[in-house]
Structures are given as C-alpha cells and as structure tokens.
Ligand binder design. Structure first.
Ligand code: PSU
Ligand code: MN
Length: 302
C-alpha cells in the first residue's frame, strides 16, 4: 500500500506541471465552528478551481495521508471529531489506522512530500505568549525550516507572541515576505505593528524567490504574509477587548499545549458574536486567492 495517496486530480495536475495549492484540515476541524467549516472547506476549493488551480486539501483518513479529498473526505474533516495532527502524529495515526486533521506543519510536510509547492492557510502557528516558561512553540516553525513550500498566511494570530515568532523565523532562516507591504499582519488585524525587512509586489516575484530558494537555500520554506485589507479587518479596540477576556478564560479553564489554539479560537468567535469568524473567513479567502496566483506563476516559470 502507498504510504500516502494523492487524488487522481492532484496526481494528474502534478504530473503535468499544473498549478496546485495545498489546503489544511485543522482550520476546518478545529479552527472554524460547524456548520460554517464545511461551507468554508468547499468555498476555498471553489476559489482555486475558479482560477484554474487544482485544490489539494490534506488530511489523514483511516491512517492514510490523503493529498486531495473527495466530497466525502471534505465532509469527514468538517463533521468528525478528528485528532489535531502535527508532523509527529502522522506515523502513529498510520499505525493505528486512525484519522487526523493536519496542522500547518503536517499539511506543509505532506504537501511537499507529494511535490506541491504552494499552500494557503489562515494564520501560521508560532511562539505562544509565555513560551519562556512553557516552551510552547508551534511545530509550524521548525517544519518550515526543513520543508520546501511557500505558505501564504495573514501573519500569525495576535494571541501569539508575534515578535518572538518573527525572531524564531529569522533563526530558522525562513524568509518572511510581506505581500505588497512591509507591515507584518496580525491575522484579524491588517498591521501587527512589527515591520518586515522585505516585501514583494507580485506573484511572479514570489515565484522567482521560490526558484532562487531552490537553487540557493537548504530546503527551507517561505512565508508570504498577506494582510487582510484594512476595510475588512476586525475593529482593533474590540479585538483587544475580546482577546483580554479570552486569555483570562484560557487560564481559568486550565487549557494548555495543543488545546490552546482551538480553545482560544472558539472562545473568541463566541465573545465577538461571530465577528471574528467573518474576518477569519475573509482573510483565509484572501490567502487562497493569492496562493492561486503564486501557484500559477510558479507553474509558468517551470
Ligand atoms: N490559525 C488559524 N486557525 C487554525 C490554526 C491556525 O487561524 O486552526 C491551526 C493551524 O492548523 C496551525 C495550528 O498549524 O493551529 C497551530 O497549533 P499549535 O499552536 O498547537 O501548533
Ligand atoms: Mn504547542
């Protein structure tokens, strides 16, 4: 049996050098509430198809990493209570023939194994606040240090320690490119207040950076930071108010480790009465669109 299975559509697209974009399943299983998560999973794929790009939503189903899901697979990641699977969980799920929703780290790793070079997500994981005591830093960062894939994300969530995350990406030699801006975004907010060294202004330029990275790098990925347009961002005052309460609730609930991100996201959606969810969906759509353009630029470069 194959160690992973790419869908016929994805296999054919990769064999022909067509544009393919990977999509993660943790955002669907653990990052968005039902039933909007199913609609979002379908919509992200639809956006890609409408731009002539083949979507490859990635998850582990019954122990097998799947690169590209059929309609039933998409329903499963939206409606089943799946394990949140990072890279280190993949072999265990395989041995137990269990299912898991892949994080940015696991999705990036499996996508790269399959030969996919561009990946769209909402927000990258990073260094958690208080990491100096807890050591809680997402494997998204260490995975990108050794995985040749370009991840389009709206920066990292403001629930994380953003400057520490940027420092770690520097240490890991992962390029962070602002798309048409040097202001690093904070997921729901257009600007985190932290400035990047570099920006690029077109998908074609990003593809050129990918090619140069292949020739000159040591196999790292690239982060493309794509801010949500300012007219669509969450009101910063309301954002600050909700986050403050969310941190208190996390502490009170005694949540730690990999449960923190899903807990915070769920709490924030509730407390913001759904506003954070709309912004989350908007920024993810925005990232999927840019990833499509980058994948097409990459395909025509090759
Ligand atoms: N950002 C979101 N929604 C999510 C996540 C990030 O807007 O659901 C998920 C991603 O799958 C990311 C993971 O890889 O959270 C990071 O979790 P942790 O901090 O436990 O590594
Ligand atoms: Mn963690």
């Amino acid at each position: 049996m194959n160690s992973f299975i790419a869908s016929p559509e994805v296999s054919e697209a990769l064999a022909k050098g067509k544009a393919v974009v990977a999509l993660e399943s943790t955002i669907i299983s653990h990052g968005l509430p039902r039933p909007r998560n199913l609609a979002a999973a379908k919509e992200f794929e639809e956006i890609l198809r409408s731009k002539g790009v083949v979507p490859a939503t990635i998850a582990i189903l019954d122990g097998v990493p799947r690169i590209g899901l059929d309609a039933q697979g998409i329903e499963r990641i939206a409606n089943e209570d799946l394990a949140k699977a990072s890279v280190r969980d993949i072999p265990i799920l395989a041995a137990k023939k269990e299912s898991g929703a892949t994080t940015v780290a696991a999705t990036a790793h499996l996508a790269a194994l399959a030969g996919i070079r561009v990946f769209a997500t909402g927000g990258l994981g990073g260094v958690h606040r208080g990491a100096i005591d807890t050591f809680d830093e997402s494997a998204d960062l260490s995975t990108l240090a050794v995985t040749p894939i370009t991840v389009v994300s709206a920066g990292v969530k403001s629930v994380l320690d953003i400057p520490a995350t940027l420092e770690r990406l520097e240490t890991l030699s992962v390029p962070v490119i602002g798309y048409k801006t040097k202001e690093f975004p904070a997921f729901w907010l257009t600007d985190s207040g932290y400035t990047l060294d570099w920006s690029l202004d077109s998908a074609e330029q990003v593809a050129l950076a990918m090619k140069a990275q292949d020739e000159l790098g040591h196999g790292q990925g690239i982060v493309v930071a794509n801010p949500i347009p300012i007219d669509k961002q969450w009101d910063p005052k309301e954002h600050d108010r909700v986050l403050e309460i969310a941190f208190q609730a996390t502490k009170k609930a005694g949540v730690s480790g990999k449960a923190v991100t899903p807990f915070l996201l769920g709490f924030i959606v509730e407390e913001s009465k759904g506003r954070s969810l709309e912004v989350n969906l908007d920024l993810a759509r925005n990232n999927v669109q840019l990833a499509a353009d980058i994948a097409k630029a990459w395909a025509s470069l090759k």
